[in-house]
Design a protein around this ligand. Sequence first.
Ligand SMILES: [Zn+2]
Length: 214
Amino acid sequence: MQTPFIHNHQLNVIHKQADFLLKTMRTAADRKVLETIKGTAVTHAIDSFDQLTEEQKGLLEQMSTYEAAYELQSYLDDLMPYVVPFPEVSLKQIQKLFPKSKKLKMPDLASIDYKRTTYLRWTDIATNRLYIVYPYEGRLLGIEGQITSTNKNGFCMFCNRHRELGFFNVKTRGGGSPDNFASAGQYVCMDDEACNHSITDTAPLERFLLAAGK
Ligand SMILES: [Zn+2]
């Protein structure tokens, strides 16, 4: 029985390093170069965790022991039982997070790959509203706002990859009077799944959600 300890964004770090390692293996780089890259890959993977048991560290270090691409690929598959899934949320919980949305479009929860999800997001295409649900310190944060396609590529604020961006604009309640609205906006990926498969650090996402959720 494995205890899950790898979060999706950490798995993304591991995949990113493994991809680089695979590329190096395929180009048949010099042995020394390959060893250096293996070492760096393991260091980056380990650095994405705050703490690890010796056993968990050993599992990450295994990444540097493979000689063939297919071995590394099956190592990545074998990590899946160690991945911590996004917490299960019910439609009722989601409704509660967005009490002001009268015609709230619900996500298709059955289609979500919980192990590959750092933040749950879905778009109501009819109204261009983007909804985000994120577990933070034992509770769920819910944010909604307009997303407008920019038809341009750029760096996503959440995952930091170069992708097709939308401008996500969230109305926030300013300090003082409840009528005092401000807004917070960011350029983020248009593609829900791509962003979740790329995010390697949750800090920018958390900063935005906390600022926008006020
Ligand atoms: Zn993104």
